[in-house]
Write a protein that binds this ligand. Structure first.
Ligand code: OXD
Length: 325
């Protein structure tokens, strides 16, 4: 079995090559464009990678499947050389879930405990007590109820926050809202489709974006969506920067309609040094670190997917190109 690895960072590519070769005994695993890859032998049947460079799919014309090293496939789908019928598989969790849960829970707890206020007070040697914020005043809304969104929603629900999620479709197949009283929803209200988007926003004090970037979600969070959130809402974006309209977010923060935002992802990464997000007092910002993939977990998952694919068994995480994820 021939497998080619492609990743912009050489050390990561080497780690994947060695770990995958250990798990798939007998497989020949090489890194794209290295001497060993050019040494000959049968062409690669499977590719495992992240952001393949231009020309990659031209160099590897015998591929039968591409296994993405991350959850997001929007860049891959924009590659004009991507063969139309090549099956694509994305990583499902891969060690990201628990990190995403911790990142989002941490941000919600900061709001609940008014951490920003007390940090500012400490800096000014200022002793003032504020009334605690009730959990009920932090109604969480998770936009995107996939592998990661579900874990984040469940964790916050278990901590006692009122939680709703919005998904493109109802994962259980039904049309409506899974209400808090419905055991199928685990106490999470599920809103579906564009028709329930406004109602979802209207009941959300902490909006967590965890949906893929697709033509349907690009810039979805702009002037209209922010206006529908209750005054004083907080935004947490751990999905993709292009889900939000940067100018609309700045305007909503400046006029105080949104109280603040925690941003881990941006339209352009690294975020340019002159971008106003860096210095905005109502923005907390991290450099796309909310949930890095854990190589050991991800390699185990991809090795399993490759084995299943090679054996003709069903493989999870297949990308639906029409849907965009
Ligand atoms: C991913 C990411 O898509 O790390 O997996 O952003």
């Amino acid at each position: 079995m021939q497998i080619v690895i492609v990743h912009p960072d050489t050390a990561t590519a080497v780690e994947w090559r060695d770990s995958l070769a250990e798990r798939l005994v007998g497989a020949r695993v090489t890194i794209d464009r290295t001497c060993e890859a050019r040494a000959g032998g049968p062409p690669a049947r499977y590719a495992v990678g992240w952001q393949p460079p231009a020309g990659f799919f031209d160099r590897h014309r015998a591929l039968e499947a591409f296994f993405n090293m991350g959850a997001g496939v929007e860049r891959l789908l924009r590659d004009p050389q991507l063969p139309a019928r090549l099956p694509l598989f994305r990583l499902e969790d891969g060690g990201m879930g628990e990190q995403m849960v911790d990142y989002c829970v941490h941000e919600v707890l900061r709001l609940r405990t008014q951490s920003a206020l007390y940090e500012a007070q400490q800096a000014a040697s200022h002793w003032v007590e504020h009334p605690p914020r009730a959990r009920a005043s932090l109604r969480v809304g998770v936009f995107g109820y996939g592998v990661l969104g579900r874990q984040v929603a469940t964790a916050l629900r278990q901590l006692g926050y009122p939680v709703a999620a919005h998904n493109r479709t109802n994962p259980s197949g039904g049309p409506g809202i899974i209400t808090a009283g419905d055991p199928a929803g685990g106490g999470i209200d599920l809103f579906t489709g564009p028709q329930q988007f406004d109602a979802f926003l209207a009941r959300t004090d902490v909006l967590i974006l965890l949906a893929p970037l697709t033509p349907a979600t690009e810039s979805l969070f702009g002037v209209g969506a922010f206006a529908r959130l209750p005054r004083g809402a907080w935004l947490i974006n751990v999905a993709r920067g292009a889900l939000i309209d940067d100018a609309a977010l700045l305007a909503a923060l400046d006029r105080g309609h949104l109280r603040g935002a925690t941003l881990d992802v941006f339209r352009s990464e690294p975020l340019p040094a002159d971008h106003p997000f860096w210095r905005h007092p109502a923005i907390r910002l991290t450099p796309h670190v909310s949930a890095p993939t854990v190589v050991a977990d991800s390699v185990a998952q991809v090795a399993d997917k490759i084995r299943r694919f090679a054996d003709g068994q069903p493989v999870g995480g297949q990308v639906d190109r029409a849907r965009g994820y």
